[in-house]
Design a protein around this ligand. Sequence first.
Ligand SMILES: Cc1ncc(COP(=O)(O)O)c(C=O)c1O
Length: 385
Amino acid sequence: MSISQHQLLGLPAHPTIMKFETLAIHGGTIISDEKQPVVQPITLSTTFHHREGSPTYSRAANPNRDALEQVLAMMEKGQAAAAFSSGNAAGMAVFQSLPAGSHIIAPNDMYHGMRKQLEEIFHGVLEVSFVDLTEVDNLKEAIKPETKLLWIETPSNPLLKISDIKVLSAIARSHGVKVVCDNTFATPVFQNPLMLGADLVMHSSTKYFGGHSDILGGALITKEEDTFWEKIKNVQITGGAVPSPFDCYYLTRSIKTLPYRMKGHAEHAGQIATFLAQHPKVEAVYYPGLKDHPGHQIAAGQMSGFGGMLSFLVKGGAEDADRLISHLRYFTNATSLGGVESLIERRAGVEGPDTLTPQNLVRVSVGLEHLDDLLGDLDQAFQLI
Ligand SMILES: Cc1ncc(COP(=O)(O)O)c(C=O)c1O
């Protein structure tokens, strides 16, 4: 769905002048029903009358997916978006659009599911160098003539490392290398990688976009509808890993509250990070909003808020971390992130034996429960270990 089509879809003539909160509410509204419901109906039909301007088949396009893709493109300030059935499917569409033999540079602490794809599914097809992208020189050293793609993830999962999108993108661009940024942790509320030089943004919309831990989804947003984007759209439509109309509807609905949810997540995460940083049973806290975080200056320059994710090292080891988690009442010991409910997990236990994550690292998705309850819960759990 191209932004130039907005007027056709009944949006205000100048969507770019809408403030972010307004965009999140109105940017995904496409009403074609002549009875003019305020909320877009869910179109379940998989096929459509052959008419000019109508979709033909729902794997290729569906009104609810059009609406979702429209608001995603607008929020990330891109020309177009493509929605997928999961974040991993979105990432995979990028890799599938590269010629065989391409070289990719990715962060050495890349989200482990994406890393697994590159190592296992694309083994023998694509070549990958995993490097620490917090050091810009590492990128310069890793670029080769076959390098086609730079993958950035900032803040990273689960170490909350910060990479300089502007500087890394400029280097990649000077070598003709495409840049993709996984913006799942920051969301477009706090960071717009396309404005900093990236060519594509990737999201697990399962996280903050969905916001309620009940929709699996992914998205790509492009700065330009170029030939690489055409390949990605072909993977989306012909490959067919697309979300259902229900999922698209619920995501578009959840996005309406994204700006306000993110403000709450970030406020709570900042306060909890400060509490943990002063706690005698905590070895280290990783939150880019803390002034002593090694990436704080870069984060402050490229983000307008520091997000709702943090991680910390419990003094002792994995057993102490597990004991702490077992005493919590409001932080559910579960994987994933970005929902209104607080989630916590010892990350290395989930990532498996080859993980680079310290064994005593606990990752927290800070929710929207009352801050006093969250701080009180952590306080009582620490007293029990
Ligand atoms: C940063 C990041 N990227 C990508 C993904 C993959 O998304 P999904 O689980 O929706 O496939 C995740 C999932 O946890 C993630 O945290």
